[in-house]
Ligand binder design. Structure first.
Ligand SMILES: Cc1cc2nc3c(=O)[nH]c(=O)nc-3n(C[C@H](O)[C@H](O)[C@H](O)COP(=O)(O)O)c2cc1C
Length: 179
C-alpha cells in the first residue's frame, strides 16, 4: 500500500536524497590526519562505529577530498568528536582551505596524529580498508587508542543543514510540537 497521504513522495535525485539524509540527526566529527608538523582535517558526519572486536569504525569521504592524499600517505587518522561550542571549528574544517595545522590542532595523540585537544573524545585509528561508495570512499579504521575529555560536555549536532542543540533544532523544525 502506498503512503502518499502522510508523506510527500519524490524520486531519489541528489537534492532530495541530501534533504532526507539531513533529517537523520548526527553528531559532528573532524577527521584529522598527518604526521610531523603537517596536519589537516575535514568535517565529517558520516562517522559510525562498525565492530567492537576487532574495534572498527568507518566514515565516508568524497573521492576528491583534499584529505585523501594525506590519509593514504600516513595510513592513519583520528576521529575527533566535537562539542557544542565547536560549531565554528566545524565550519572552518568544512571549508576548502586547509586551516594552519599549528593553530587548530592543539595536540597530538600518543602516536603523533594531530588531534583537537578540546574535543569530547578522539579515536586514533589505523586504516584497515577502503571501499568504493559511488562518489565517496568508505574508509574503515581500527581504533588503536582513545582519548576522553576529563570534563563532560554537550555534543554538537547536525540536523537539516544546521548545527545546534538537539532540543532547539527539533523545536524549530516541528514548531507544532510544543510538549
Ligand atoms: C556537518 C558536515 C558534515 C560533513 N560530512 C562529510 C562527510 O561525511 N564526508 C565528506 O566527504 N564531506 C563531508 N562534509 C563536507 C566536507 O567537510 C567539505 O566538503 C570539505 O572540507 C571541503 O574541502 P575539500 O573538498 O577540499 O576536502 C561535511 C560538512 C559538514 C558541514
Amino acid at each position: 500500500m502506498s503512503d502518499e497521504v502522510a508523506h510527500h513522495v519524490f524520486p531519489a535525485d541528489g537534492r532530495s536524497l541530501r534533504r532526507v539524509c539531513g533529517m537523520f540527526v548526527t553528531g559532528v566529527t573532524v577527521i584529522s590526519t598527518g604526521a610531523g608538523d603537517e596536519g589537516d582535517g575535514t568535517t565529517v558526519n558520516s562517522f559510525t562505529s562498525v565492530s567492537l572486536d576487532p574495534p572498527l569504525v568507518l566514515f565516508c569521504i568524497h573521492r576528491e577530498s583534499r584529505l585523501r592524499g594525506e590519509l593514504t600517505r600516513s595510513g592513519r587518522f583520528a576521529v575527533n568528536l566535537l562539542a557544542r561550542r565547536h560549531e565554528q571549528l566545524a565550519q572552518v574544517f568544512a571549508g576548502r582551505q586547509a586551516p594552519a595545522a599549528g593553530r587548530v590542532f592543539s595536540g597530538r595523540s600518543a602516536r603523533g596524529v594531530p588531534v583537537l585537544g578540546e574535543s569530547l573524545a578522539y579515536m586514533d585509528c589505523d586504516i584497515r580498508a577502503e571501499y568504493p561508495g559511488g562518489d565517496h570512499m568508505i574508509v574503515v579504521g581500527e581504533v588503536v587508542q582513545l582519548g576522553v575529555h576529563r570534563r563532560r560536555q554537550e555534543p554538537l549536532t547536525f540536523f537539516e543543514g544546521s548545527f545546534g542543540r538537539l532540543e532547539e533544532e527539533l523545536r524549530a523544525a516541528y514548531a507544532r510540537w510544543d510538549g
